[in-house]
Design a protein around this ligand. Structure first.
Ligand code: CUA
Length: 322
């Protein structure tokens, strides 16, 4: 984790980039102002309760309501202090909003993120069509530079949130929302859909993997390369995959070119599957292919009509997609 052990996933009390820094400072600032205002109010209230000029009576007695000279002044003092504190908070907030609206420099990369049931489609854009590619759920970015995100709603509204890097932004069908983020240093930053969107809302995680610009360029080049040619079981699995899964999933360089489900080219480079719900290694991948509905109910992936033998082949094939 970028900021030590206490920076648990979704930590928003610390930031890890140029866009998050002013927001984190504002968060703490407004929190401190609010705590001070609350303590002053609590102190005055306690004083008003226990201060009984010229009276000698105990709690429970019904004392007469007295009007003191100058009592109204306290109202003006209270209104004045509240107005100043609120005005200061508003000015600070507006200043931060203006500061983070645009990236400090031209973004190095533009990535299109599309909300899907129940995953995130991630397309890397480039003026050169041959350098474009699509992946899912894990967003690689170069560290230290701003990255532009175009958020689109596919068949659902998700709210994109990677708290260590940037604030929330909705992905709404029929509309393109633009935002940007920047990671100060290489590392993995956790994100999550942050608005209730349906049955799989809580299992809509995503990862942002920030790499040094050189590593990021290498990663991009690797994404464009076709996966290694499968052999043995995996070769049989490739055939089964193309005929049973290829209408929904794509693997670059093969006849599998479906666009309904996640693009699975270089699947094994991702540390998770199913929107961060399951690790991509170990037995969960085989379990997922055999019965996705038990792991992620409401997922649009049907239980595939594959024999046990074919399932093992497809699993072997997917394991080669590094
Ligand atoms: Cu998507 Cu909540």
């Amino acid at each position: 984790m970028p900021n030590g052990a206490w920076a648990v996933p979704l930590q928003y009390l610390t930031g890890a980039g140029e866009k998050a820094a002013p927001v984190v400072a504002l968060t703490w600032g407004v929190l401190v102002i609010s705590v001070i205002v609350m303590m002053v109010i609590a102190g005055l209230l306690a004083g008003a309760i226990w201060h009984r000029p010229g009276q000698n009576w105990t709690v429970g007695d019904r004392g007469p309501v007295l009007s003191h000279e100058g009592g109204l002044n306290w109202l003006w003092i209270g209104v004045g202090i509240s107005t100043l504190a609120l005005l200061f908070s508003v000015v600070w907030t507006v200043k931060v909003l203006a500061q983070i609206e645009r990236p400090p420099a031209q973004p190095a990369v533009t990535i299109e993120v599309t909300a899907k049931q129940w995953w995130w489609q991630v397309r890397y854009l480039s003026d050169d069509v041959s350098r474009r590619f699509t992946t899912a759920n894990e967003i690689h970015i170069p560290a230290g530079v701003p990255v532009r995100l175009k958020l689109i709603g596919g068949d659902v509204i998700h709210s994109f949130w990677v708290p260590q890097l940037a604030g929330k932004m909705d992905a709404i069908p029929g509309q393109t929302n633009e935002t940007w983020l920047q990671a100060a240093a290489p590392g993995t930053y956790y994100g999550q859909c942050t608005e209730y969107c349906g049955v799989q809302h809580s299992k809509m995680a995503l990862l942002v993997v920030a790499q040094s610009p050189a590593d990021f360029r290498k990663w991009w080049a690797h994404q464009l390369a076709p996966p290694p040619a499968p052999q043995g079981l995996a070769l049989a699995g490739q055939g089964d995959f193309i005929s049973h899964c290829g209408a929904c999933h794509a693997v670059r360089g093969t006849q599998a070119a479906g666009a309904l489900g996640p693009d699975l080219s270089h699947l094994m480079e991702r540390s998770t599957i199913a929107s961060g719900v399951l690790p991509s290694d170990g037995p969960t991948l085989a379990h997922w292919i055999a019965d996705p509905q038990s792991l992620k109910p409401g997922s649009l992936m049907p239980v595939p009509a594959l024999s046990e033998y074919e399932l093992a082949n497809v699993h072997a094939y997917l394991k080669t997609l590094g």
